[in-house]
Ligand binder design. Structure first.
Ligand code: NAD
Length: 523
């Protein structure tokens, strides 16, 4: 049954994307037990891409990239200095103001982005393996969601290059006319988190480049490998020098980007706490900001929900990327009448999930991304138990063969109340806090009583109820009878502490362009 659960999730992606035989691709990957080694990350590991050249960091190597499944060191990364950040920003500015990028026709830019997508697919096996090694994702997830998803973002936005139209507003005068155009914001600083490094880099790069911007990209220090490899592929297919610059480093480098006067816009995906500090850092320099921050998605299980359909979908969502997903369901409101049956069925499925290294083909759920994060999740669950919650499944760290990695078991907690941090704060782990409710108004008010407003799912066989709840729940995305929600064409982003603005879809074009008005005198 648990295998079935994972299949449902992956089917969403298989149906959406032109999948090559991922089975075949996964089969050709190397022995998961083999030492990973520096070469897995390619020759670019540890360098920065600045103005088309791969530069050795002046700081030497300061961050270790480790495989979260066994703690093995995969390589080292540098922390960009002020001079290196300045060089990246200068290169991006030069590429914006002169050279082939500025003069490239929209259809040429589209073809180039399409070639990036082709290069990702051609190198899909290598990228999936790298993502699995560095981030911990099961290979099939790395292949179908991260790698093929990344290619789809480039294809989708390649299509927009030739459709960035302006308007001719009806101004009330005879002596002049007006037209508007969408122009690039300028040099964009892109800062990404560690949970879906390749996919999130793609969902920022594709619209930023499609609309004619140039970029300085900084991946998370924990998971930079696929971003560096993507940069190499983009460089090889002909993205002009200076258009894409990649530096590595941790918080200080990200902060320096947000304070840098030469960067016009920051697109950030990460925690709400860092989002707040970015708002402060950019206050004096008028940068435009897109902030995709944390979430605390509710799963609302209505009295008429069909448990046969919904239990596997809920469990698939909980274990997807070990719960390290901003839109992960992480507070469950089960109608009192379904509570016992839902808990019994969900617990049975959750206990049969196969946990293991991402490179092990039988694993349905991989490790958490780091020991630090493992400790955080463990601490939150322990605190909930100390406050009175009961672990029905899981509830403590895995040991034995799992001890060398950062594995946490799928966990279900019953008897959770809203004052517990496990019900209010983002967990980012495979944990199901279960609560009950009695009527619709009550559940709407409890769901909306949250700092976060990123997404939610509602489960009902009653269409009117589904629409009603979708309309009253305050979140950037509400899903009725599904956990799907990510698609290059679908706007994604949150309300309140979940962030500012929308990525993906047509809305991303607004995030990466300014509207410029041109007046033409007619007399
Ligand atoms: P994080 O905020 O710790 O780090 C994200 C990135 O910001 C990293 O590259 C990091 O080096 C950088 N950074 C750290 N301090 C900085 C500073 N002061 N200024 C600028 N940059 C700084 O987040 P994380 O732990 O890597 O990622 C997990 C978080 O990301 C979760 O909260 C999750 O919900 C969120 N997330 C949100 C979405 C979404 O679409 N809303 C998607 C994925 C992840």
């Amino acid at each position: 049954m648990a295998l079935f659960v994972l299949d449902i999730y992956l089917d969403c992606w298989k149906a959406r994307f032109r999948i090559y035989s991922e089975e075949r691709d996964v089969d050709t990957l190397q022995d998961p037990n083999k030492s990973a080694g520096r070469n897995d990350a390619g020759p670019r590991l540890g360098r920065f891409l600045i103005d088309g050249n791969w530069i050795e960091p002046s700081s030497g190597s300061v961050h270790l990239c480790t495989n979260p499944a066994n703690g093995e060191v995969l390589g080292t990364l540098g922390e960009a200095s002020t001079a290196e950040l300045n060089a990246a920003v200068t290169a991006a500015r030069r590429a914006l103001d002169s050279g082939p990028w500025r003069n490239m026709l929209p259809n040429e830019r589209a073809r180039l982005l399409w070639r990036v997508a082709d290069a990702i697919e051609t190198n899909a096996s290598e990228l999936a393996r790298l993502e699995s090694l560095d981030q911990g994702q099961p290979l099939s997830l790395a292949m179908n969601m991260s790698v093929l998803g990344a290619a789809e973002h480039f294809r989708y936005f390649a299509g927009w290059c030739t459709k960035l139209d302006g308007r001719v507003p009806s101004v009330s005068r005879h002596d002049a006319m007006l037209y508007t155009r969408r122009v690039p914001v300028g040099v964009c600083g892109l800062i990404t988190p560690w949970n879906f490094p390749l996919l999130i880099a793609a969902w920022k790069l594709a619209p930023a480049l499609a609309t004619g911007n140039t970029v300085v990209l900084k991946p998370a220090e924990q998971t930079s490998l696929t971003t560096l490899r993507l940069a190499e592929l983009m460089h090889d297919v002909g993205i002009p020098r200076g258009v894409l610059n990649v530096i590595t480093g941790a918080g200080p480098t990200g902060q320096a980007m947000t304070e840098h006067p030469g960067i016009d816009k920051i697109s950030f995906t990460g925690s709400t706490a860092v989002g707040r500090s970015i708002v402060r850092a950019s206050a004096g320099n008028f940068k435009r900001l897109s902030l995709e921050l944390g979430g605390k998605a509710a799963s609302v299980i209505c009295p008429d929900a069909d448990l046969n359909k919904i239990v596997p979908k809920n469990i698939a969502n909980v274990i997807n990327n070990a719960g390290q997903v901003c839109g992960a369901l992480s507070r469950f409101y089960v109608h009192q009448s379904l509570h016992d049956e839902f808990v019994e069925r969900a617990a049975a499925e959750l206990s049969s999930v196969r946990v293991g290294a991402g490179l092990n083909k039988t694993s349905q759920m991989g490790p958490l991304n780091s020991v630090e994060h493992l400790e955080r999740v463990d601490h939150m669950v322990k605190a909930a138990i100390a406050e009175g919650a009961t672990p029905i499944v899981g509830g403590s760290r895995l040991d034995g063969i799992y001890a060398s990695g950062s594995f946490y078991p799928p966990t279900m907690l019953e008897g959770v109340t809203e004052d517990m941090s496990v019900a209010r704060e983002e967990i980012f782990g495979p944990v199901m806090p279960i609560m009950t409710y009695n009527d619709e108004e009550e559940v709407i008010s409890r769901v909306n009583n949250s700092d976060y407003g990123l997404s939610a799912s509602v489960w009902t066989e009653n269409l009117a109820r589904g629409h009603r709840l979708a309309s009253h729940i305050s979140a950037g995305a509400v899903r009725v009878n599904t956990v799907s929600g990510l698609d290059p064409a679908a706007p994604w982003g949150g309300m309140r502490a979940s962030g500012w603005g929308r990525e993906m879809g047509e809305e991303a074009l607004e995030a990466y362009t300014e509207v410029k008005a041109t007046w033409i005198g007619l007399e």
